[in-house]
Design a protein around this ligand. Structure first.
Ligand code: NAP
Ligand code: MG
Length: 489
């Protein structure tokens, strides 16, 4: 297969207007935290990008107090129509500063600029636009005629989609009438602090959204804070379990969006070239730092050799390197810690007897990079088939019958997503119904839309984000999914 040569096409770092130092955002003001200054680095160069003023627990107290005051005096009293106007303004602000946000995200996180530009930033804006439309229609959302907000939402997000996760959390909370205190991940605090500027410019009343920067201890303090009414967490299953244990019996409403080990199932009648594109998108998008990534390829035995051969040919064309280059497909791993986790679990794959194939792409000397990797001869008991690697590593298993595919796909502690590739419509419907997964894609993968609910089964967590059912997580209703029978007359 001919491989194209590309001239370098780097985006300009100057567009990010990255400052040397960032402050937290509390009570509508940018303020110093009392937790000291901590650098954030660019994982593609290992160089310091900026320092960030971190919160202490006293700062979290201040932020919760500001959120409570904003809730009591302004936000809970405002009409949905007016709340929606702020959300529309924030959405437009994201769109106006889209190119800057994409550069900031790519430099702080390591993801390719084409992904931050074409996926993260526009989808973040779309979440604010979508939820802006709900703000004045909550009485028609199926939760009764007068659905009530909960109060102050304490939210904690991970590093893999920093801006997008902020939008997933903040937009529905505000649309439903809650105020927010949110903690970004320690390695990716910059894009949400640019979002804070956008929210301030939109005239969002002081204290409606507060951003506290810091590490896991600050996240833990926030979710356990007695002034918080609702907790929304996205991150690892291990931390999710700790939060659920700590909050049991407190009466706080909790949603947990955790890890995954999704099956991407390819039947013998699937269009192979399209399936190969979907497998690549499913596992190598965002370096595989995706909770719903299709990391277990289940391929029907009769077409396994053909699919794996074509897949390896395609993967060999993926360009790994400078995330700021517009032609780059695979960027940097977010941190040295994550790179060693991927390296260690892949070594376990070798020890367990799986066959490793690595893309022949060149790997830069500097920065955190891991080449696209495929393990074949994988069995269900291996750790690489059971544990989340959270990197660009695919494990391939085979099956003979649809029943075997279902059994293998569901044989996981997780249940976030699944993919099905077949030309047969009835098989898609039957397989989708049999999957214990919150999201099932058919003949596509990793499609995200604010109108569609996203969330898990089992150790992937509970509660939904996005769509009408995502609103339930921020409203006082026992009905998590929202019954249509409750719609206001
Ligand atoms: P993580 O360690 O659980 O961290 C997630 C967030 O929680 C970070 O902001 C982290 O702060 C904070 N945190 C750490 N310990 C905490 C504690 N005891 N209490 C409260 N907050 C705490 O996860 P990660 O390694 O950053 O992210 C990767 C994981 O997230 C993967 O397992 C992935 O599947 C999952 N994820 C799930 C979804 C989903 O929608 N289901 C989406 C994205 C990611 P620090 O940054 O300081 O560690
Ligand atoms: Mg960083």
């Amino acid at each position: 297969m001919p491989v194209w040569e590309y001239a370098p096409a780097p985006e300009s770092a100057a567009i990010g207007r990255i400052k040397s130092r960032y402050q937290m955002f509390v009570g509508g003001r940018f303020v110093d935290g009392r937790g000291g200054d901590v650098p954030t680095i660019n994982p593609a160069t290992e160089e310091e990008l900026a320092t960030v003023s971190w919160a202490s627990t006293d700062d979290v107290d201040d932020a919760v107090r500001a959120a409570r005051a904003a809730y009591d005096t302004v936000w809970s009293k405002m009409s949905g129509l007016d709340r929606g106007k702020y959300l529309f303004r924030i959405a437009r602000g994201i769109a106006e500063r889209a190119r800057e946000l994409a550069v900031v995200e790519t430099m702080d996180n390591g993801k390719p600029i084409k992904e931050s530009r074409d996926a993260d930033v526009p989808t973040a804006a779309a979440h604010f636009f979508y939820h802006a439309g709900w703000a004045d229609k909550l009485a028609h959302a199926g939760f009764g005629p007068h659905p009530k907000s909960l109060g102050v939402a304490g939210q904690v997000i991970p590093w893999n989609f920093p801006l997008l996760m902020a939008a997933w959390k903040i937009a529905p909370a505000l649309a439903a009438g809650n105020t927010v205190v949110i903690k970004p991940a320690e390695s990716t605090p910059l894009s949400i602090l640019v979002l804070a500027e956008i929210m301030a410019d939109a005239g969002l009343p002081d204290g409606v959204v507060n951003i506290v920067t810091g590490a896991g201890d600050i996240g833990s303090y926030l979710v356990n804070h007695p002034g918080v009414d609702k907790v929304a967490f996205t991150g690892s299953t291990a931390v999710g379990k700790k939060i659920q244990t700590a909050l049991a019996g407190t009466g706080k409403k909790v949603t947990l969006e955790l890890g995954g080990k999704a099956a991407n199932i390819v039947f013998d009648d699937a269009p192979v070239d399209q399936a190969v594109e979907g497998i690549v998108n499913g596992v190598y998008f965002n370096q595989g730092h995706v909770c719903c990534a299709g990391t277990r390829l289940l391929v029907q035995e009769s077409v396994a050799d053909e699919v794996i051969g074509k897949l390896q040919d395609r993967i060999a064309t993926l360009r790994l390197g400078d995330p700021m280059d517009k032609n780059t497909d695979i960027g940097a791993i977010n941190s040295a810690q994550q790179l060693s986790k991927i390296t260690e679990l892949s070594a376990v794959g070798d020890e367990e007897g799986a066959q490793r194939w690595t893309s022949p792409c060149p790997v830069p000397d500097k920065g955190f990079f891991f080449p696209p990797t495929v393990f074949t001869n994988v069995s269900q008991s291996m750790r690489i088939a059971r544990e989340e690697i959270f990197g660009p590593v695919l494990s391939v298993l085979t099956f003979r019958t649809p029943d075997e595919a279902v059994a293998k796909a569901n044989n996981t502690p997780y249940g976030l997503s699944a993919g099905i590739w077949t030309e047969k419509g009835s098989r898609i419907l039957g397989m989708a119904a049999a999957m214990r997964a919150g999201v099932v894609w058919a003949n596509t993968f990793n499609r995200f839309d604010p109108t569609a609910a996203f969330g898990g089964y089992k150790e992937s967590g509970f509660g939904r984000e996005g769509g009408r059912s995502g609103l339930a997580a921020y409203l006082d209703t026992d009905d998590e999914t929202g019954s249509d029978e409750g719609t206001a007359a």
